[in-house]
Design a protein around this ligand. Structure first.
Ligand SMILES: [Cu+2]
Length: 128
């Protein structure tokens, strides 16, 4: 029974450790981070993310190019079969535009993958 449950959990796309950097006063752009696990036997392609606390969410990557730290937008994030991709400060992240996190502690996020699969995650709002 336990083994069966573990197999079901492993064979899925999951988002864990999600958190949003709370917006600074007067700012409406912020970043969010999480771990995206792909327990399936096929690569998963994250194509879109949505949350009620922002009017749009972009997939971003921070890169250090010849000493200059730059962000660029990504069309997609590939999560290889059987692995976890970690979105972290200084690396890939979610960029929230027109964000409003005032007075809330948690926000719902929906992750859309190629092929129409979706998975949800509860993101904690953390002080900046
Ligand atoms: Cu960014």
């Amino acid at each position: 029974m336990l083994a069966g449950s573990a197999l079901v959990l492993a064979a899925a796309l999951a988002v864990a450790n999600g958190h949003v950097r709370d917006t600074l006063p007067g700012q409406t752009v912020t970043a969010a981070y999480c771990d995206i696990s792909n327990g399936t036997s096929e690569d998963a392609v994250l194509v879109a993310v949505g949350t009620p606390v922002a009017s749009s969410v972009e997939l971003h990557e921070t890169r250090n190019e010849a000493g200059m730290v730059r962000m660029r937008r990504l069309d997609r994030i590939v999560v290889p079969a059987g692995s976890t991709v970690r979105l972290r400060p200084g690396g890939m992240h979610l960029m929230l535009f027109d964000a409003d996190t005032a007075g809330i502690h948690e926000a719902a996020f929906v992750f859309e993958f190629g092929g129409g699969q979706t998975t949800r995650g509860a993101f904690e709002i953390r002080p900046p």
